[in-house]
Design a binder for this molecule. Structure first.
Ligand SMILES: [Zn+2]
Length: 1010
């Protein structure tokens, strides 16, 4: 690291804005580092830039219509007002108060008579439907069951069919038959517990009959006085249990005092070198009563940088920690409760979906946990389809699961849900054909044609392009596909608009014919030009009437027509001292087209396969603003680079077969007082909290920064809710809702104790990407370093009561400086020579879009010794034994010439073989008899019938299964060309252009003690 890298310290960095190339949510000046709060009122100065209204095809709130996911402030008088008049005539409510989905035998389709221990059907669709399980395309291993969000396992095994629980409804209600429901007068309001301050009780799980007199002194109204045992609690209904509104503000502090606060254990980083835990770094659990925490959203789906929310912005400013949420909203889940209901219960004021963290004022009214409005419980919500009992709305699945999916009724649609539509746009210039990628794409499509998500309405189409654009007429009845060439790329038109996108079922043979012949059709082409821009315009014209997914394959810089680009990477720019030019787009053509696409529910996914500079910072805009994905295969060549080909093939299979949601919008809400500003990820921001996602895929992550606009003084907990409304590939309108609940605290030590170091790192990484583009790479690097300095300085001055020498951090943040250093050495932000501009830009894209778990591996790889794997402490997953070696520090000093090490960097793995590696390992695992015999370009482990071979292959397979993309394995030794890449990940070591970890710590200490 050059000394200049630290030039401007402590807030001398440039302003942090959501700059011109970012999604324009709000632009506010800040002369400090990342943590400066936005100016008050910035929410009102939102630019109104946006895609043109999509007319009747648009689901969401153009023209300020209440959107389907709801608009705060809208107060619809009835459900039919939510979306304006529905296009399809609304189905009258069925006579039964609890409607059934036409295909569902049971109203709550996720619930089938389940074996003990499994209350939720593993298949989200109930039996009796012809619809295959939602997660047919998941690559999740069976082991994923073990990682199922705890929130989905909240109901007792037999509870749905058992008698009412001991503390359930009063005797008067127990005999109440299921619907048809009795008139309301038949159900007397339940008596309120006399000692329940506000008469509140929280929606509680079946386990609400936990022992009273538990460890929460705040249960009692007079929480400031010694808690009295409350045996009388058992005599009343509803049982006053831990209500969100009743927790003591100091609950977190109290529970911390009662246990040794490991999170706050003081660590002197200069002395304690072994900071990595033996296993994975686990997210901190919010300091909530067990009952609430049990219901909370899985951290794999929804995480906050601070698991204890500061009461005020000034407290947050003091902590110098960033506040934000990280989401993986469409993640493949092994279990997902699905509810069909004609009336989805939402707050009438802020449109929040009813969730486990609302409180029931009485059996007929619930209080919103976001805006605090008291709402009526609709009559049909009184019936619980799980237990088939009446009168316990707090036991409904909606109030028992922090992650749940609804099949939406017609008021959530303005037009019939669109079919699955897939359009492939393929570069067939000489350069493209030469790489051989076309064979892989066509073969992969042929292999997976039956696995494309969709139904009988699925449509497909193809466009190829070089300097001209080629369409393919695939209409039923033709004897073979017809190629139609449009050479006027300045004014692109569709030659036969009705026969270019065809029904896959009806025209399957023609599609197969085309895929079989495409690679040969251009094999002799001498055409070197690329008219990508006009091809994209043509593709947009083709897709805009329906919406859908556009998959674009490009192998070179676009050279002709609109959107043509010029090389901007000078060879000498690959070794910048501090700043990198050309991180922002050269033209706004791709962004503008992306916004048009977004407005018509078209997402563009870009596959870039190139050895040359392609200007990803310009091209990437097409995916970024249309909610697409970007894939990058530098130096792709089918023959010369087999490992890239392997990765491309595996990625394509996942891409073609993974779940997809069309015409989606996501709204993120939070408790009044908190406000969201800058969003990160691929989408278009339609209004303050509404993200437009033309497509949503299960591998996309999002982040959002927050500030505290009004003090949260009266609140003990706050909640966050993400609602994703989408059309499934089977044409159903669905809403997936995630709700996260976190405690509010009023002391700095509590804030620090709840810090989630990985979430903080990921959010800072996204912020630094923005800063690199809007200001400079140097500014972004300074801001990252300042984040570490400011946080540790605040901890030292405001939390530590006894001053000690050294660089001190609370245990929960002990990895923070290491992660910051890892970011500084990451391809996105490093200053060392040899980083190609496109590779840097792609690394930045990944930091903004990868879900947290995968992102952390890319930032801080895992290193394991693997020549001595044993079954000790191994996992057992589906009869496979998976060794669990300890993660090692990323330092050459951990390597040993007598051993072999596996480094897992997320998208790539290295197996490094030491020069004197045990010969047993060489023969039993690699199948060679000496070190010198290890091939220089080895990418596969042979399947040898030895225990050593099985163990290491089991470990690598298991690591691969746990992510949606395919990491390539490189087996390397000292002479291998990739050894330098491997060594570059030794983050703790000194390198040519960057400090060692120890030097970095000394630098931080020096700045803090200044
Ligand atoms: Zn509300």
């Amino acid at each position: 690291m050059s000394s200049g890298g630290f030039a401007s310290q402590n807030g001398a960095g440039g302003s942090y804005t959501n700059g011109p190339s970012q999604n324009p949510v709000g632009v506010y000046p800040s002369n400090q580092s990342f943590m400066a709060p936005p100016l008050p009122g910035y929410m009102n100065s939102l630019p109104t830039k946006g895609p043109p209204p999509a007319g009747p095809s648009c689901y969401s709130g153009n023209r300020h219509q209440p959107s389907p996911v709801g608009t705060p402030g809208a107060l619809p008088a009835s459900p039919s007002h939510r979306m304006g008049p529905p296009q399809a005539s609304a189905t009258p409510p069925p006579p039964s108060s609890y409607s059934q989905h036409p295909q569902q035998p049971s109203s709550w389709s996720g619930v089938t008579p389940a074996p003990a221990g499994n209350h939720v059907s593993p298949a989200p669709y109930a039996s009796g439907t012809s619809t295959p399980p939602v997660f047919q395309n998941t690559m999740q291993p069976p082991a994923a069951l073990q990682h199922a969000p705890p929130a989905l396992n909240v109901m007792a095994p037999h509870q749905p069919y058992g008698p009412p629980p001991a503390f359930g409804p009063p005797a008067a209600m127990r005999g109440t038959p299921p619907p048809p429901v009795p008139p309301p007068t038949a159900v007397p309001p339940p008596p309120l517990a006399p000692h329940s301050e506000a008469g509140l009780y929280l929606a509680q799980p079946a386990q609400m009959n936990r022992p009273t007199g538990s460890s929460y002194p705040s249960l009692q109204p007079a929480y400031h006085s010694p808690p009295a045992p409350a045996p009388q609690q058992q005599q009343h209904y509803p049982q006053p249990s831990v209500s969100a509104a009743q927790l003591s503000p100091s609950l977190a502090a109290m529970s911390l005092q009662s246990q040794p606060p490991e999170a706050l254990r003081v660590v002197n980083l200069l002395q304690e070198r072994s900071l990595l835990p033996a296993g994975a770094v686990t997210p901190p659990a919010p300091c909530l009563p067990q009952d609430l925490q049990k219901l909370n959203c899985s951290p794999e789906v929804f995480r906050c940088t601070l698991t204890s929310i500061p009461q005020t912005q000034s407290l947050l400013n003091k902590a110098k920690l960033p506040l934000g949420l990280l989401l993986h909203p469409f993640k493949d889940l092994s279990q997902l409760p699905v509810v069909t209901s004609s009336n989805i219960v939402r707050c009438r004021s802020c449109r929040t979906y009813i969730n486990p963290f609302v409180s029931f004022v009485d059996a007929r009214r619930w209080k919103c946990n976001l805006c605090h409005r008291v709402n009526d419980v609709p009559e049909e919500f009184m019936y619980n389809p799980v237990s088939r009992s009446y009168g316990a709305p707090h036991k409904r699945p909606e109030v028992q699961n922090a992650t749940i999916e609804f099949i939406a009724p017609s008021e959530y649609m303005l037009r019939p849900p669109q079919p699955a539509v897939y359009l492939f746009v393929l570069d067939v210039s000489h350069n493209a054909v030469e790489t051989g990628y076309l064979d892989v794409v066509c073969q992969s499509l042929l292999d997976n044609l039956d696995s494309l998500p969709g139904d009988t309405r699925t449509k497909i189409g193809f466009i190829t392009f070089d300097s001209t654009i080629h369409f393919y007429n695939l209409q039923e009845g033709l004897s073979q596909p017809q190629m139609l060439i449009v050479s006027d790329i300045d004014d692109v038109f569709l030659p036969t608009p009705d026969s270019l996108l065809v029904n896959l079922n009806e025209c399957r043979e023609l599609v197969q014919d085309l895929l079989a012949s495409l690679p040969q059709m251009f094999s002799r082409t001498m055409e070197t030009q690329s008219g990508l821009g006009p091809a994209l315009q043509a593709a947009f014209k083709l897709l805009s009437p329906t919406g859908g997914r556009m998959s674009v394959f490009q192998t070179q810089l676009p050279t002709v027509g609109i959107g043509a680009l010029k090389p901007r990477e000078e060879p000498n720019q690959r070794a910048p001292a501090k700043d990198v030019q050309n991180l922002s787009p050269a033209t706004d053509f791709y962004k503008k087209l992306a916004l048009d696409c977004s407005g018509h529910h078209v997402a563009v996914d870009l596959f870039l396969l190139s050895a040359q500079y392609c200007d990803l910072s310009s091209l990437g805009c097409i995916s970024r603003y249309s909610a697409g994905s970007v894939y990058f295969y530098p130096s792709y060549h089918k023959q010369h680079n087999p490992s890239q080909t392997e990765r491309f093939q595996k990625d394509l299979k996942r891409y073609l077969t993974r779940k997809i949601g069309f015409e989606a919008v996501m709204r993120i809400r939070c408790t009044k007082g908190l406000s969201m500003h800058t969003f990160h990820g691929n989408f278009f921001v339609r209004s303050t909290d509404l993200l437009s996602l033309a497509n949503v895929n299960p591998d996309a992550g999002f982040a959002v920064q927050m500030s505290i606009e009004e003090n949260l003084l009266d609140l003990q907990v706050v909640s966050f809710q993400a609602a994703l409304l989408y059309t499934s590939s089977k044409g159903e309108r669905r809403i997936r809702v995630h709700t996260l609940c976190l405690p509010v605290v009023n002391s700095l030590s509590d804030i620090f104790a709840g810090a989630d170091v990985q979430a903080i790192t990921a959010l800072l990484a996204s912020m630094a990407v923005d800063r690199s583009v809007t200001a400079s790479l140097g500014d972004a690097r300074d801001a990252l370093i300042n984040a570490a300095i400011d946080t540790l300085a605040s901890y030292r001055s405001s939390v530590l009561s006894v001053q000690q020498p050294g660089l001190l951090a609370p245990a929960c943040l002990r990895l923070f400086p290491l992660y910051i250093l890892a970011l500084l050495k990451h391809k996105a932000f490093r200053t060392s020579a040899g980083t190609r501009l496109d590779e840097r830009v792609f690394a930045m894209c990944q930091l903004k879009c990868q879900p947290l778990a995968y992102l952390m591996l890319m930032v801080h790889p895992s290193l394991y010794r693997v020549d001595n794997l044993s079954d000790e402490g191994a996992l057992n997953v589906s009869d496979r034994t998976i060794p669990q070696p300890r993660a090692l520090q990323l330092s050459v000093e951990k390597l040993n010439r007598d051993a072999a090490f596996l480094m897992d960097c997320g998208t790539v793995m290295y197996l490094w073989i030491g020069r004197n590696c045990n010969p047993v390992f060489l023969t039993q695992v690699l199948g060679v008899d000496s070190y010198a015999a290890v091939p220089l370009n080895m990418n596969q482990l042979p399947e040898l019938d030895t225990a050593e071979s099985s163990r290491i292959r089991a470990l690598i397979d298991w690591l691969r299964e746990r992510r949606p993309f395919h990491p390539v394995l490189h087996i390397i030794r000292d002479e291998s060309p990739l050894k330098a890449d491997f060594m570059q990940n030794m983050i703790e070591d000194l390198s040519e252009s960057a400090l060692s970890y120890y030097e970095f710590l000394l630098h931080l200490q020096q700045q803090i003690c200044k």
